[in-house]
Design a protein around this ligand. Sequence first.
Ligand code: PGA
Length: 255
Amino acid sequence: MRTKIVAGNWKMNKSFEEADELIYEILDLLEEKGKPDDVDVILCPPFIYLELAGDITEDSSVFVGAQNVSQFESGAYTGEISAPMLRSMHVDFAIIGHSERRKYFRETEAELLAKVQTALKHDIAPIFCCGEQLEEREAGKHFKVVQKQLEQTIFKLEAEDFARVIIAYEPVWAIGTGVNATSGQAQEMHFFIRDLIWKKYGAETAADTTILYGGSCNSKNAGELFSMPDVDGGLIGGASLNAEEFVNIILAAKE
Ligand code: PGA
């Protein structure tokens, strides 16, 4: 059976002190309110706070993930962070293919596949993002767009590797806009993705793949979104920067 996950993508936010405070606040609130056993929590702060996050969460059940990873393993790539480096810091997950990286850093599907492969090779589970732009949805092309994103990347993996990937469906028009996909829109796309997985990798893999929703998810809409049968939790941006809000989203993912 697949795991429910709520992951916080902090993006490029928070000072060191603020990061420290936020992580402690999240842990305290989880302890106070009771972290649901059936929901995995992943914090994805900026790279330079990964060590801090790893240290603070060491004795908790909270995981730490990176927001990106290089497609290269080592060498002369100024400014990059590799999967072996992340692994050596006990980082278990990495967000790959976020729409902001596709847009502002022009990451291509070929690069994204290389990143996924490098991450997997070093035992880091990719949280692979996909999702359509507003114009693509308005033109009725959203299913095709997402299918293509998957076919050019993670669907090229062998079954054994694919089984370690977490998918995040994040419609670009919903990210940071305050306009979330409706639970119906999310369910429809998540079902479509699961059906594609079923056709490519079989029923068991399809049933076991965690598919997160991301895009203006908050403590008010999380309950409804997560109640959809194919929505297995969320990748949370803005709302993950506030401990109370983030923990309430985690609680909403509970069965
Ligand atoms: P948002 O971002 O929750 O702020 O819309 C989600 C994401 O980009 O992962």
